[in-house]
Each structure stands twice: as C-alpha cells, then as structure tokens.
Design a protein around this ligand. Structure first.
Ligand SMILES: Cc1ncc(COP(=O)(O)O)c(C=O)c1O
Length: 398
C-alpha cells in the first residue's frame, strides 16, 4: 500500500474515543459532550425564517458563494462585532466553517513543522488537533483561576529554542477549565506580548454565555483594546449561541492575514455553506439573537447552579473544582496521585461519563483532572450523575 504522509502518521485515535465507546448504554448520564442542549435550539424561529425566504434567496442558499462569506452576513457579523467594541474597519473579516476552521487556517498559514505554538494547559482538544496536523511543537502553559501563568509565559517567550509564532488562548469561559480571565491578567498579558513578534490567537467561542450581567465587562475582547499594540487574530462562532450544525464561525484579523487565509480556504472547502449563512443573516437582521441568547444565559446558569449544588453536596472534600461565571464547563482537580481514567471506568460502571483531563493536556499526560460539561445532560439527572461520579472517585481513592 502507498505510505501515508508523515502528518497523517502522526494522527492518533484518542483515548477518549475508546473510553466513551464503553459508555453506550442508553441510560448513561453524560457530562462528556461539550455541546449545546438540543432542546434549546431555535428551531421554530428557523422554520419561520426559511418559510419567509423568497424563492430566489432559497436558490442562492443552495449555490456556492464567495470564499470570504455571504456578503450580507459579513455585514451583519461586522455590525455585531462592532457592538463588542472590535475595530472592523482596520481589520478584515472572513466567515469560516465553524471557528475551528478559523483556528486551522491560522495554523496553516503560519506554521511549518516543528515551529512552536504556545497554548494554555489545559487546552481545547480541537485546537490541539489542528495544530498537530501541521506538526507544530505545542508548548502548554498552565492556567490558574485568573488566566494563563504570566511568569511561565514570559519564560517560554524568552526561550530561544522555542520559535514561538502563535499564542492561542480562550480567555472567556474556557474549555475545559471553565475560567474567565481577570482584567488584571489581560493587562499583564498585553504588556508581556508587546514588542514581540508573535500572533495572539484569541478564541471567543463562549463569551456571550455569561450568567450574570455584571460579568459582561470581563468578556470584552482583548482585540478590542490592544489592536494597536499587538497582532491579534480573533475567532468567534455561532456554534454555542445558535447551533454547531450551522457550522458558522469567523475570523477577524489584519487584512494581509485574511488574504492568505482566504487563499488557503479555497483549497479546503471553497466556501462555507451559503444556506446556513443566509439563515444566520436573517436571524441577526430580524434582531432575534439578543433575546435568544439572554434565554440561553438563564438556562445554562440554572444548569450550572444545579451541578455545583450537587457537587458541593456529594463530591469528596479532597477534590476542588472551578465555579464558572459562564459557558458549559466545570474543571475538577483531584489529588495528584489520582488517575481520572480509573475514576471514569468506575463511573461508567455506575452509569455516568465525563472527559478525562489528559485529553486536554497538549502533552497528553496530566490526568488528575476531569471536565464536567453541564450543557447537554438531562437537567433532572444532574444530581444522580454527580452522585455516581463522586462515588466512583471514592471507590478508587486510597
Ligand atoms: C474553545 C473552543 N473554541 C472553538 C470551538 C469550535 O467550535 P466551532 O468550530 O463549532 O465554531 C470549540 C468547540 O467546542 C471550543 O470549545
């Protein structure tokens, strides 16, 4: 057989897939999926929008479109980003097939094999997979409850052996850590990156999902305040505020970067589906987004509260966990000698699943953590599921 490329040979089936394949019982309580809740999708509104489209627009929807995006959607996303304080005039916007594609494009246009991308540790699995597909050297830097560790970041940036071209971060309701960057940490980060030849890749997939209006301020994009002093590529998505099945994300970045990404996108999928772009554009134009997202905030806040209450009541006292102010995730830390894989196996026997910590470690090692996702689980099963996980921890703790 013809040999695979070295980049294909470097791809590995993940341990999580194997573990989750053990959890096929229909009654399993799953805290594993990092996805929105099916019952919250705006299906009625989308039905109405589709019915209201003219035949010409429906036909346009089934046709190829321009690579950078359906022009009316580009305009409405620009207006939306402008309201977040982003400078859309001095940057260029491209619609991508999910924001994961935006992350992939940035890696594709900047990274040669063995060049370094600095990420947070833990880090979003999809981004690590995208970076690895370009044979990047990934250097993970730990997080605390306020964001990335600045001293460690500084060390990495000063290390001449790392040719660090990109720093990738998810500052708002981190997947999997569930934290949001404090204002001070953002300021320190901006100061640390100034006068360095590095791109900040700012992933804002969850920023809209704050639970409390008073935390909205914390979701102000770094790009909206530091665009003049840093080179920032900002990604966002409709996946968590609309539906991942739409496969709609975006990248806002300096013009010359978008030009290269647009060329790269031509060889990947030529354009993002026009159909979902038209639907999303109508949703925005008819001002349906803000009411819908405020409903989501309340519903996810309620699920988070229930999950935390169950954890407070049932989890062993030697475990710690984050208390998210938004998003989908709680990050649990067990004592260092404990292994999340063993806990997961016991939890599956009892009827609950979550994702083990090593899946989010760019080196695949650190495994005394795990991620609880409260977004997709049946609300009335939360307490029972948490009890099962707590019992599983106790059964392996020694
Ligand atoms: C932190 C983060 N960024 C980006 C994405 C990509 O989402 P999408 O490609 O659906 O926009 C996800 C999805 O889970 C995510 O958790």
């Amino acid at each position: 057989m013809v040999s695979f490329s070295s980049s294909a040979n470097a791809l590995r089936s993940s341990e999580i897939r194997r573990l989750l394949s053990l959890a096929t019982r229909p009654d399993i309580i799953s805290f594993a999926g990092g996805m929105p809740n099916n019952d919250l999708f705006p299906i009625k509104e989308l039905d109405d929008i589709y019915k209201s489209l003219s035949d010409d627009l429906k036909k346009t929807g089934f046709q190829y479109g321009p690579t950078p995006g359906y022009p009316p959607l580009l305009e409405s996303v620009k207006a939306y980003l402008k309201r977040k304080g982003l400078n859309v005039e001095n940057n260029e916007l491209i619609i991508t097939t999910g924001s994961l594609q935006a992350i992939y494009l940035i890696a594709k246009v900047f990274i040669d094999p063995q060049e370094t991308i600095i990420t947070e540790d833990p880090c979003f699995i999809g981004a690590v997979a995208a970076f690895k597909s370009f044979q990047a050297n990934i250097h993970g830097i730990s997080l605390d409850e306020n964001g990335i560790d600045i001293a460690l970041l500084q060390q990495a940036l000063d290390n001449p052996e790392l040719t660090s071209k990109i720093l990738y971060i998810t500052p708002y309701f981190h997947n999997p850590a569930g934290i949001i960057y404090s204002q001070d940490r953002k300021n320190e980060l901006i100061e640390t990156l100034q006068n360095r030849d590095i791109i900040l890749l700012e992933d804002d997939a969850y920023g809209e999902l704050y639970f409390d209006e008073e935390d909205k301020e914390l979701t102000t994009p770094i790009k909206s305040v530091a665009d003049e002093v840093l080179s920032i590529c900002y990604t966002g998505s409709f996946s968590k505020i609309f539906g991942p099945g739409m496969r709609l994300g975006w990248l806002l970045a300096p013009r010359e970067i978008i030009e290269k990404c647009s060329l790269a996108k031509q060889g990947i999928d030529a354009c993002t589906p026009t159909f979902t772009q038209i639907m999303a554009n109508e949703f925005l134009m008819q001002n349906k987004l803000s009411g819908y997202v405020s409903m989501l905030r309340k519903r996810y806040a309620q699920r988070c509260k229930k999950t935390l209450a169950a954890m407070d009541q049932h989890m062993p006292e030697y475990c710690r966990w984050t208390r998210p102010k938004g998003g989908f995730y709680i990050w649990v830390t067990m004592p260092e000698h404990m292994d999340a894989t063993k806990v997961l196996e016991k939890a599956i026997d009892r009827g609950a699943v979550f994702v083990i910590g090593s899946a989010f470690d760019p080196q695949g090692e650190n495994n005394h953590h795990f991620r609880i996702s409260f977004s997709h689980v049946d609300e009335d099963k939360i307490e029972q599921g948490i009890e099962m996980i707590a019992a599983a921890i106790q059964s392996v703790y020694s």
